[in-house]
Design a protein around this ligand. Structure first.
Ligand code: C5P
Length: 220
């Protein structure tokens, strides 16, 4: 059983789950867990140390002792702000390779659960509802077409001065979806009791309102 209320928001790359989760958490005064950031931090570790993603033991050992904090939209690793450094497409691609290994997922499990503290948590990722917070009171599976997700990511990158080709982003998103869906451990899929929201053509505000309404309906 989990002690504090949890809203689990899962979905593929670029579905907007990070943005939606942060805004829902802000409206409800809840904490946030961006679980993808944990896999991205491990990817950064591999890059820095020149490790191959198949060096599972070293990566899992590092994962067991992560000192990570989420605060006001920023991510701190050992008290250092790594928010921008982990967002690159290269880091995301390595993260999804690392994430296929069960010992690495297992090593992150307790850390993720420890975020479920009062007054509540909005946790986003791929397996929040199906593995990490199976008792979550509200489970959302957020999706959007691959093209729309690539366009959103493209805009995000351009606003950070990073650019890149849209077509390459569509291909990258599809490849990552496929790897996340087809992997044996904790594949990307909705839980049986997840509520599906297809955000194609919806504004961020519309999605946030829908999730907050669902939460209020459940808790009243
Ligand atoms: O969500 P984000 O794109 O930041 O996640 C990076 C990668 O981490 C994903 O492509 C996925 O492979 C992995 N991941 C995961 N399980 C989670 C969150 C992310 O496997 N709960």
């Amino acid at each position: 059983m989990i002690s504090s209320p949890v809203i689990a928001i899962d979905g593929p790359s670029g579905s907007g789950k990070g943005t939606i989760s942060a805004l829902v958490a802000e409206k409800l005064g809840f904490n946030t867990l961006d679980s993808g950031a944990l896999y991205r931090i491990l990817a950064l570790f591999c890059q820095k140390r020149g490790l191959d993603t198949a060096q599972i033991e070293e990566i899992a050992q590092y994962a067991l002792d992560l000192d990570v904090r989420f605060s006001k939209g920023c991510i701190y690793l050992d008290n250092e702000d790594v928010t921008d450094r982990i967002r690159g497409e290269d880091v995301g691609a390595i993260a999804s390779e690392i994430a296929v290994h069960p010992p690495i997922r297992e090593a992150l499990l307790q850390l993720q659960k420890s975020f479920a503290v009062a007054p509540g948590l909005v946790a986003d990722g791929r397996d929040m509802a199906t593995h990490v917070f199976t008792d979550a009171q509200l489970k959302i599976f957020l999706t959007a077409s691959a093209e729309e997700r690539a366009q959103r990511r493209h805009k995000q990158l351009i606003s950070k001065g990073q650019g890149g080709s849209l077509r390459a982003l569509v291909e990258d998103i599809k490849a990552r979806d496929q790897r996340d869906i087809e992997r044996e451990t904790a594949p990307l899929r909705p839980a049986e009791d997840s509520i599906l929201i297809d955000s194609t053509g919806m504004t961020i505000e519309e999605v946030v309102t829908q999730v907050v309404e669902l939460w209020h309906r459940l808790s009243n």
